[in-house]
Design a protein around this ligand. Structure first.
Ligand code: HEC
Length: 226
């Protein structure tokens, strides 16, 4: 036997010790008595490589248990979770404080230039708004967005707010804050404003008690009546 073949047989022996595989051709020795509708079972040992992995996890778990539960008296999963949530919230607050212009709704002004309105129109389709409000904004699952009756308000800030935070719970209008950028939400709100007073093919009956824009004539009449 030269050195090379010794190495190979050493390697083979090592591999065999890791699998403890039963010699091929001698399956009869480890065949179990059961016969499951013609299916027979061999009583193979668990492969040592797998068992070692299992033993390692047991050792780690004991170490982990003592490490976590005995070394640090104050540790609890609930506290760790609460601490991480608090940290996350603090980071969000810090980000908001550092970028007030991104979160302040007081400074929102509707676009009225063609480019931004065209972008709003495009977003209305690509962001699936049309699925519930229809392409002409006449409304189906969601309300008609061309009339001046609003459930949640029809000025640009109210529209922005609805798109950002969604409608009333359970009504189907989700919050889009995480999927549509602030700029795009303003473009959508502006596009909706630009569609005020248009005549959709099948307008849904007006919903909501907030009237906006209030027609000037009505205001004048009210003043006169008083
Ligand atoms: C799954 C259906 C659905 C989708 C998609 C949807 N909406 Fe809505 N939307 C609704 C419903 C339902 C309401 C009514 C909410 C309520 O009653 O509180 C609503 C309400 C609104 C309102 C307020 C209307 C009012 O009278 O105050 C606006 C504005 C609006 N949606 C814009 C959008 C925009 C912009 C998109 C796309 C980014 C969109 N919606 C996508 C279903 C939808």
């Amino acid at each position: 036997m030269n050195k090379n073949s010794e190495n190979i047989s050493g390697w083979k022996r090592f591999m065999k010790s890791l699998t403890k595989a039963h010699e091929l051709g001698t399956e009869e020795d480890i065949m179990l008595d059961h016969d499951y509708d013609g299916i027979k079972e061999l009583d193979n040992v668990l492969p040592p490589w797998w068992l070692y992995g299992f033993y390692i996890t047991i050792i780690i778990s004991i170490f982990y248990y003592f490490q976590v539960f005995y070394n640090s008296e104050e540790y609890s999963q609930a506290e760790e979770y609460a601490a991480e949530v608090a940290q996350g919230k603090a980071e969000v607050e810090a980000y908001k404080a550092a970028n007030p212009e991104l979160f302040n709704t007081d400074n929102i002004v509707a676009f009225n230039d063609e480019e931004n309105l065209a972008k709003g129109k495009e977003l209305f389709t690509t962001k699936t708004c049309f699925a519930c409000h229809l392409n002409d904004l006449g409304g189906s699952i969601g309300p008609n967005l061309t009339d001046n009756s609003w459930i949640l308000g029809g000025d640009v800030k109210a529209l922005f707010n609805t798109i950002t935070n969604g409608g009333r719970p359970g009504k189907g209008m989700i919050a889009w804050e995480s999927t549509i950028t602030r700029e795009e939400r303003i473009q959508l709100a502006s596009y909706i404003i630009s569609m005020q007073g248009t005549s959709p093919a099948n307008p849904k009956t007006a919903e909501g008690d907030i009237i906006f824009p209030v027609e000037e004539v009505e205001v004048v009449e009210e003043v006169i009546e008083e």
